[in-house]
Each structure stands twice: as structure tokens, then as C-alpha cells.
Design a protein around this ligand. Structure first.
Ligand SMILES: Nc1ncnc2c1ncn2[C@@H]1O[C@H](COP(=O)(O)OP(=O)(O)OP(=O)(O)O)[C@@H](O)[C@H]1O
Ligand SMILES: [Mg+2]
Length: 249
């Protein structure tokens, strides 16, 4: 892995980006999946990471969160001046990366509140449980219910809330709307907008590209493990040809 750089890469404005991924290459065994991905994000921005099935979106999120798979063989990842590329997943989490995986990982046998308390078992702690309940009234109502018995939408809210219970600087959402009814999607969208108003930097991966683009400031499109578009969310909304070619919408 290249470790020559000691400062984060700069964005186009010349200022160090709050988050930057620079020339990421990652493998599952022999399978070369993430093939030179670079992008950066300003603090407080929401970035939609889009692309067809198998484009490498989940793999890119996992590489950023420093999960054991895929293996990052080259590249640099900086978050708020910290080199994530030289960290393991628990260190990346401690340094502010909050990955909400597609399967949500609500812990069986624990209530909603216990799931949140468990997230706060070690420092650095983020939002208090009371503050979380203020933003997620459905979770407040269900605080004593076993987390895995809730609806899919409620479990998604708990998964996001659990990330906020930690001191998260970069929220990584993998398909947060998957399998949810439009009314619940709207409810989660409004929660994410509110979180954004608190300045949280977010990457959202979504098959529901229009919903993600409506929420996001910027968009990256991946195709076969490479960035094929980097621009504003509005540019993608306005470009039917681009959407047709890479998103099939
Ligand atoms: N654990 C793994 N081992 C081997 N190959 C994998 C593994 N996970 C994913 N891949 C492969 O890596 C490629 C990218 O997968 P990835 O899950 O990152 O895509 P994605 O863009 O998230 O797709 P989707 O929209 O279907 O979730 C695919 O070809 C996939 O088959
Ligand atoms: Mg995926």
C-alpha cells in the first residue's frame, strides 16, 4: 500500500477535503473489484454513491469502513486528517466511521434501548439516547420492544440511530430504503435531512437512485469498480442519458 503521503489529498478548491478516498484498489481473494476509486467529500455533504448491481458500491463502503473483506491493496482514505487506510475496522469506527450495512445487524434478544446502550459501551459516545428519541419518536415508543421484532423500516431507523449513538463523523448507509414502503422511505428521508442539518457527512448507496439524488448534494456513479461520473446530484437528475446508461432509470 502506498504510504508516501502525509497529508490528505486536496479537493479542487485546494483545501484539504474532510473525507477523501484516493486511488482505492480492493480485492476479494483473486477478484479485483474496486479498481482505482477516488473522490472526496466536504464536511456536511451528502454523497450519493450509485451504480448498477455489482458495480462495487458495497465493496467501496466496506473498504472505507476497513472491513477485513475486500482487502485494500492500494490507496489512501482520509477522514478529518486521520489515515483510515492504515486502520482496522474497529479503529476506523473509533475514528468516526459509522457503517450501516444492508442487513442492519440488529442484535437479537435485546430491546431497542439495549441496542442503543450497547453502541455506547465504549467511547467515543455520540448522541445521547434521549436526543435520539427526540429525533426518532417511533423508537421512543418502542424502546422496550425487542429490536428484531420491529418492522423493516423501524429496524432501519434503529440501525441509523445506533450509528448516531457513536461519535460518527462519516455515516455510510448501504441501501437504507431497501424493501420499505414509500411512506416509511419518506419518514427515513426526513430523518436523514434533519441529521444533515446537524452537519453530518454522509455517503448513501441506494437502488432507489432518484430518492438518493433528491437527498444528496453530490453524486458518484460507479461502473465495474471505477468512477464514471463525479458531479452534483442535480446534474444526474437532469441527465436522462447518464441515468439510462449507468443506472437504468
Ligand atoms: N465476498 C465476496 N467475494 C467475492 N466477490 C464478491 C464478494 N462480495 C462481492 N463480490 C463481487 O464484487 C462485485 C461488486 O459487488 P458489490 O456488492 O460491491 O456491488 P454493489 O454495487 O453493492 O451491488 P448491489 O447493487 O447488487 O448491492 C460483484 O461482482 C460481486 O459479485
Ligand atoms: Mg451492494
Amino acid at each position: 500500500m502506498s504510504m508516501t503521503r502525509v497529508e490528505p489529498v486536496t479537493n479542487k478548491g485546494g483545501a484539504p477535503a474532510f473525507f477523501s478516498a484516493w486511488d482505492l484498489h480492493a480485492y476479494y481473494g483473486e477478484s479485483y473489484i474496486v479498481q482505482g476509486v477516488s473522490f472526496d467529500i466536504r464536511e456536511g455533504e451528502i454523497m450519493a454513491l450509485l451504480g448498477r448491481n455489482g458495480a462495487g458500491k458495497t465493496s467501496t463502503l466496506r473498504a472505507i469502513a476497513r472491513t477485513a473483506d475486500p482487502v485494500l491493496t492500494h490507496g489512501e482514505i482520509w477522514l478529518d486528517h486521520k489515515p483510515l487506510h492504515s486502520m482496522k475496522s474497529f479503529e476506523a469506527a473509533r475514528n468516526g466511521v459509522g457503517l450501516v450495512p444492508e442487513d442492519r445487524r440488529i442484535i437479537p434478544g435485546l430491546t431497542v434501548e439495549e441496542n442503543l446502550q450497547l453502541a455506547q459501551i465504549s467511547a467515543p459516545v455520540g448522541w445521547t439516547i434521549e436526543r435520539i428519541y427526540d429525533h426518532f419518536p417511533r423508537l421512543a415508543e418502542r424502546r422496550n420492544q425487542e429490536g428484531i421484532t420491529m418492522s423493516g423500516g423501524e429496524q432501519q431507523m434503529l440501525a441509523v440511530a445506533r450509528a448516531l449513538a457513536r461519535d460518527v463523523k462519516l455515516l455510510l448507509l448501504d441501501e437504507p430504503y431497501e424493501g420499505l414502503a414509500p411512506v416509511i422511505v419518506h419518514e427515513i428521508e426526513s430523518i436523514l435531512r434533519e441529521i444533515k442539518s446537524h452537519g453530518l457527512t454522509t455517503i448513501i448507496v441506494e437502488q432507489n437512485a432518484i430518492a438518493a439524488l433528491n437527498l444528496a448534494d453530490r453524486a458518484i456513479i460507479l461502473d465495474m469498480g471505477q468512477v464514471v461520473f463525479d458531479g452534483t446530484a442535480q446534474e444526474v437528475l437532469d441527465d436522462a442519458g447518464l441515468r439510462q446508461e449507468y443506472l437504468a432509470i
